[in-house]
Design a protein around this ligand. Structure first.
Ligand SMILES: [Zn+2]
Ligand SMILES: [Zn+2]
Length: 205
């Protein structure tokens, strides 16, 4: 049997597959049916909304409750524990990475890629770019979208993207442009909600 280290690595890779599959099917294809989809599409309608920590702990517990018994039954308990630990650790790393994409500027090439990939998912093509931490599953399943400058509605733009004048900072101008007003009224919020729950990109006017 392989070492616990390779079991943990297998768990980490399995998480990235789950990240892709859950995001695509349980959240987007479901269009608001079920809690995970409602929570996620609410995040699309209002990008400052993130599920509370209690729901994340419940997801981690759910992942463990499925992964550990399956792995223990097919391999052994030590391998199952290392696999599950790798999977859950990568799940939490994903949660941190996803939040930072929205709240913090990129600090390296990977961070720039992760922001372009995920913000294109939000603002350009909600049925593309389901992977958040890695593009491998999008490439494998043909949902990778990389071309062009991303148009971000100014009302949804991450704070790190804009200067005080509400325009895209020079360093990001090759990747992003912004459009529309900074504030959104209740009517716009209703339209953003409707767009999110039908997997349409938000209006950019
Ligand atoms: Zn997001
Ligand atoms: Zn999404």
């Amino acid at each position: 049997m392989a070492s616990p280290l390779s079991a943990a690595a297998a768990g980490a890779i399995s998480w990235t597959a789950a990240e892709y599959g859950l995001h695509r099917v349980a959240m987007h294809v479901m269009r608001g049916r079920g809690l995970p989809s409602r929570e996620h599409l609410t995040h699309h309608a209002d990008v400052t909304y993130f599920s509370p920590a209690t729901k994340k702990l419940a997801s981690a517990a759910g992942t463990t409750a499925v992964a550990w018994p399956v792995m223990a039954a097919t391999t052994n308990r030590r391998w199952a524990t290392a696999f599950t630990a790798g999977m859950v650790a990568t799940y939490f790393a994903y949660e941190v990475a996803h939040r930072r994409i929205h709240t913090h500027p990129p600090v390296n090439r990977y961070g720039r890629w992760a922001r372009r990939h995920h913000l294109r998912h939000h603002f350009g093509a909600p049925m593309r770019n389901f992977g958040v931490t890695t593009p491998i599953w999008d490439r494998l399943f043909g949902t990778d979208e990389t071309t062009g400058v991303i148009t971000v509605p100014r009302r949804m733009a991450p704070a790190w993207l804009l200067g005080d004048d509400g325009e895209v900072l020079d360093g990001y101008a090759n990747d992003y442009r912004v459009a529309g007003p900074r504030q959104s009224g209740t009517l716009q919020q209703a339209r953003d909600h409707a767009a999110a729950f039908t997997n349409a990109p938000p209006e950019t006017t």
